[in-house]
Design a binder for this molecule. Structure first.
Ligand code: ATP
Ligand code: MG
Length: 193
């Protein structure tokens, strides 16, 4: 398996760059945000639980999120080659759980691509997206909350993955193509692919 985590604040471009990564490396994409939004749209029990957390800008509890991930990994044959994890892990607990899940498959996180974008640019992008996305969490109040949650719960993962030796820092501003070029060269340097 070849596994990449795409990491960064809300609005850093994880979804956009994931699409480039999937087509280039032929990996399976798991976007936890999209998985949850799909459950909400279908009105499942999970969707009903997730909706409240998301519209308040909070994270879904770790144990629930980890069981969703385990279920996808267990039941998706296309994920056997490797996965782009987009939006997961978002906490240290989730990262530990992911490590254990992959170790059970004889695999690991090969690279963590960290898209680094400053805060003013993030807020601008999310407000712009909110005008088109119709997402319940793309409004100024919830955006601020999501950024706070990012700083307190998710950003510590940057140091965690630096210690693991898998983190690569990518400047997440510029054209989509030039950012993707930096990602490709960083992965090539780290993993030889
Ligand atoms: P980007 O704009 O970079 O794609 P994002 O933060 O806007 O990222 P999503 O990744 O789509 O958006 O996540 C939307 C929401 O779904 C989060 O704010 C959170 O409530 C919930 N969520 C997604 N992934 C997780 C996770 N791993 N753990 C807990 N909650 C999650
Ligand atoms: Mg996204």
């Amino acid at each position: 398996m070849f596994n990449i985590v795409i990491f960064g604040a809300p609005g850093s471009g994880k979804g956009t760059q994931s699409e480039n990564l999937i087509s280039y490396y032929g990996l399976y994409h798991i976007s936890t945000g999209e998985v949850l939004r799909d459950h909400i749209a279908r009105g499942t029990d999970l969707g009903k639980t997730a909706a409240g957390y998301i519209s308040e800008g909070k994270l879904i509890p770790d144990d629930l999120m980890v069981s969703i991930l385990a279920d996808i990994l267990d039941n998706t044959p296309e994920a056997k080659k490797g996965v782009i994890f987009d939006g997961f892990p978002r906490t240290i607990n989730q990262a530990e759980a992911l490590k254990a899940m992959l170790a059970g498959r004889g695999a690991k996180v090969d690279a963590v691509v960290g898209l680094e974008v400053d805060e003013d640019e993030l807020v601008d992008r999310l407000i712009k997206r909110g005008k088109e996305s119709g997402r319940s969490d793309d409004n100024l109040e919830t955006i601020k909350k999501r950024l706070q949650v990012y700083h307190s719960q998710t950003q510590p993962l940057r140091d965690y993955y630096i210690k693991e030796g898998s983190y690569v820092a990518i400047k997440g501003v510029g054209s989509i193509e030039s950012i993707f070029d930096s990602i490709k060269s960083a992965i090539k340097e780290k993993c030889g692919k």
